[in-house]
Write a protein that binds this ligand. Structure first.
Ligand code: MN3
Length: 211
């Protein structure tokens, strides 16, 4: 099979109490696994089977008839990326290069947190909130369903899954509380700094656009 479910970079209970072991196990072992297995079935025997995940996403994004492939490929990418955006004992204010850029582009951490919370709260229904780098500047985005910044030529630095399966067992309808827990207890600023230092690691959108 061309694509595989990556292991979580921490134990199921490592993010408690912000995310319960039960939520993380279902989210990774059921939801993420289903995206990977469905994607592999959909591309079996097709030319896309031999492509990188980023190419599968970009190719299927251009063709409405490939929406099911796009949705499952993008959800595989989004979740693989998302697991690294969380860390035990994370959250709080950033340090390093990302801190410098947040001061420059949002006027400080509070400006970032306000914009991020607003995007994550207002994303209607299923989707994702993102911190992206676009033309050298940080920005906050929200996307619906499986959509991701890669298809718009933007580099993802961080994301938060705001589909209900990410928080409903722990927070029910209180999505804002889940977002606040992400900001205060989980957010992995080290990962954002790694993405700034190494844009190719998660598929530099400019490199892919040029192929
Ligand atoms: Mn999810």
């Amino acid at each position: 099979m061309p694509f595989e479910l990556p292991n979580l970079p921490y134990a199921y209970d490592a993010l408690e109490p912000a995310i319960s072991s039960r939520t993380l196990e279902l989210h990774h072992d059921k939801h993420h696994r289903t995206y990977v297995e469905t994607l592999n079935k959909l591309i079996a025997g097709k030319p896309l089977e031999k492509e990188s995940l980023e190419r599968v996403i970009l190719e299927s994004a251009r063709d409405k008839s490939e929406l099911e492939i796009f949705n499952n490929a993008a959800q595989h990418w989004n979740h693989s990326f998302f697991w690294h955006c969380l860390k035990p004992g994370g959250g709080g204010k950033p340090s390093g290069e990302i801190a410098r850029l947040i001061d420059r582009d949002f006027g400080g951490y509070d400006g970032f947190a306000k914009s991020f919370k607003e995007a994550a709260t207002k994303q209607f229904g299923t989707g994702w909130a993102w911190l992206v780098l676009h033309q050298g500047k940080l920005d906050i985005r929200k996307t619906g369903d499986a959509d991701l910044p890669l298809i718009d030529g933007q580099q993802a630095l961080l994301t938060l899954d705001v589909w209900e399966h990410a928080y409903y067992l722990d927070y029910q309808n209180r999505r804002p509380d889940f977002i606040q827990a992400f900001l205060d207890m989980l957010l992995n600023w080290d990962f954002a700094n790694q993405n700034l230092a190494n844009p190719d690691q998660w598929g530099d959108p400019h490199r892919h656009a040029a192929e």
